[in-house]
Design a binder for this molecule. Structure first.
Ligand code: PLP
Length: 375
């Protein structure tokens, strides 16, 4: 039995007719950039996320870049974030000429540790203009504590919600809690388009207006430029596809949660707890499980064993950002963030997409159980 890490083809088969009909309409309209599908999707995503505004951009990476620009972050400013995230979070900070300042993560949720964040800012908040908490794997960071400390030091909070559209936090949804939120529609995300796409969410009309201006070269009136922005727009074809998929997102997320619960129960029964731990969801949080990530001993050996058995898995992420070659100049070293470094050695993402069958989940857990009982 083969189990892919992600099987987008099975999802596509179910929506193909509707998707192709919508794409055809866009082609026939010959209106490709910032048309009615983008406008409609922006309202739909705003409503879905519980934010007042949503602005489509070309990718999740650009969403972070534009959000930082809208928040007034400039070259030389500091932006605090986690080293245990996809590269784009910190890459976007650097692209602006700003300086990423890392804070370690909590061992249970893999999200930024609010106590470490408070300690850092208490020591010195000089030059810190923004904080980017990342809602990793589909679970929100500890936003109450983050917003509280940000307010104290008057720092903007930009949620990196690329992996967590729809994730719940005390009755609210990812992207509606900070000053700005960033979504990605990269194909492997819970709401993926057929290429690159992203969106910025906010409750602040002024910030929304700035994002709108920045995505079209800093102009409000065509050919008149108030600021140097960029060309970062979501296109009509992607928006049309995303609108078809958004209608199904809640049921897909529910499928992911159901699979996660099944895994939890199967791992519990398999009694391999000593060498393996399953995801921990904090009180008040509803994860949308973009990934189901276990922590294990002998992770790389297990991964090879799974691969040999035809089961896909992935390591998000093998090298924390403070140890990346391109960030050498920031002055961090091995040991700077021990919780992230340990996580990078132990995490393993298993197949979790909604179309998986109970038999496939059982097979994954049995294969993992086999690896540890054999050893
Ligand atoms: C995917 C992702 C991004 C970047 O999104 P793209 O659409 O691929 O540019 C940023 N942050 C995190 C945490 C992500 O997972």
């Amino acid at each position: 039995m083969k189990v892919q890490l992600l099987d987008l083809a099975s999802q596509y088969r179910k929506i193909k007719k509707e998707v192709l009909a919508e794409v055809k309409k866009v082609c026939e309209s010959q209106h490709y950039v910032l048309g009615k599908n983008v406008a409609a999707l922006e309202s739909e995503i705003a409503a879905y996320s519980g934010a007042k505004f949503a602005i489509g951009v070309a990718s999740g990476t650009d969403a972070i870049l534009v959000a930082l620009m809208a928040a007034g972050v400039k070259a030389g400013d500091k932006v605090v974030t986690t080293p245990f995230t996809f590269f784009a979070t910190a890459g976007s900070i650097s692209r602006l000429g700003a300086v990423p300042v890392f804070v370690d993560i909590e061992p249970d949720t893999f999200n930024i540790d609010p106590a470490a964040l408070e300690a850092l800012l208490k020591k010195s908040s000089k030059g810190v203009k923004a904080i980017i908490p990342v809602h990793l794997y589909g679970q929100c960071a500890d936003m109450d504590r983050i917003m509280k400390v940000a307010k104290k030091y008057r720092i903007a909070v930009i949620e990196d919600a690329a992996q967590s559209i729809g994730a719940g936090y005390k009755g609210r949804r990812a992207g509606s809690i900070g000053h700005l939120g960033c979504l990605s529609f990269y194909p492997t995300k819970n709401l993926g388009c057929f290429g690159d796409g992203g969106m910025v969410t906010t409750n602040d009309a002024k910030l929304a207006d700035r994002v709108k201006m920045l995505r079209v070269h800093g102009s409000r009136v065509r050919y008149y430029h108030d600021e140097v922005g960029l060309n970062s727009r979501l296109d009509e074809v992607q928006a049309a596809i995303l609108r078809v998929k958004l209608k199904r997102l809640d049921s897909w997320s529910a499928g992911r949660v159901k699979n996660a619960k099944r895994y939890d129960a199967l791992f519990e029964k398999a009694a391999i707890k000593g060498v393996l731990s399953t995801p921990k969801i904090s009180e008040g949080c509803v994860s949308v499980y973009n990934q189901y990530v276990i922590r294990v001993q002998k992770r790389d050996e297990l991964r090879a064993h799974l691969s040999a058995a035809g089961i896909g898995s992935e390591v998000y992420y093998p090298l924390p950002l403070h140890l990346q070659k391109c960030f050498k100049g920031l002055g961090y070293k091995k040991g700077s963030f021990p919780v992230s470094e340990k996580a990078a050695k132990e995490v393993l993402a298993l197949p979790i997409y909604p179309e998986l069958t109970p038999a496939q989940l059982k097979h994954v857990v049995a294969t993992i159980g086999g690896f540890y009982t054999k050893a």
